[in-house]
Write a protein that binds this ligand. Sequence first.
Ligand code: PLP
Length: 365
Amino acid sequence: MNIKPSFHGSDLEKVAEYYHIPRDKIVCYSANVNPLGLSEHLKDLLCQNLDILSSYPDREYRSLRMHAARYCNTSDEYIVPGNGTTELITLAISVLGPKHALLLGPSYSEYTRELTLAGCSYKSYYLKKRQDFRLDMDDFLKTLSEHPEVDFIILCNPNNPTSSALTVDEIRILLKTCQKHNVFVMIDETYCEFSPKNISAVPLVVSFKNLLVLRGLSKFFAAPGLRLGYGVTSSPYLLRQMREVQNPWSVNSAAAFAGEVLFDDTSYIGNVRSLIEEERSRMMRELSSWKNIRLYPAYANFILIEITKPHTTSYDVFEYLIQNHLMVRDCSSFPGLDGEFIRFCIMLPKENDRLLQHLKTFLET
Ligand SMILES: Cc1ncc(COP(=O)(O)O)c(C=O)c1O
């Protein structure tokens, strides 16, 4: 029997080996990392300051927390640095010890993995295709009221893989209801800075102690190898416990140094934002005129499309593109995505043109 392989967005090595393509010949549209690469300013400063590796980082990360707080306009008291968003997801779940979680689906698979490891049961509320994967907040709150056992909610905003987003007003409504019913809300804002509108829940942290916002530098700052993330919360319990349970020096000195530089690098930040905004608008305009696909609104640096060409699966599209050395995400492994979906991130204009060209050729022949 011919079993189709399944690859995650960052499985570049696995894909290269399986298809016998040199890794550096593959353009990766599936890892959702900003295509500008690491800031040149940071590279220079890191080279000049390599001696920081000879000392332990400040155990309290005072300076890093101050830079992160200024970057997202909050108090440094509310910041918990971590070894990527991933460590903070694990820490938050282990410290809060939820029993019954409600998640939006389809979404990033790490949440269910962590909940399962922590012995927490979960239920998924699926975003609907006919609503362009936008959350119907009234219906979600109704579902919540039907499940009084729920003590924990995880949202990803903008959501991976749908690229749909919640507004700050919608999040506020949800937080008020959750506050009344002692439900803790964790919002993963890994892709938030790519959004054309300001959708961050960080300004709500000061008013809601039942909120943890997670941010990372992997995608927007093109630094997944640094392993740097930060949580923002005003919950005294969570702040104390996360610091207590976290391994000391979990963020290494180079990452802490790099974070301080990146949060202040306004010219790089501006360049990333304008590249993504321009390319997203241009690609969405182009895709909206295509036959054989359905296009969904995009708030992150990636676009989700549904393949509607008869007798064509998302895996067929993936295979055709990888033969041309272009790696997109075949979304068939996301529970709750009913149909043939692929996701690809926004790269440099030339690379975006190359992808669109190949995709169009495949879909129209
Ligand atoms: C929604 C989401 N959250 C978190 C992560 C992991 O982030 P980090 O590299 O900061 O651990 C990813 C990686 O793909 C992601 O898509």
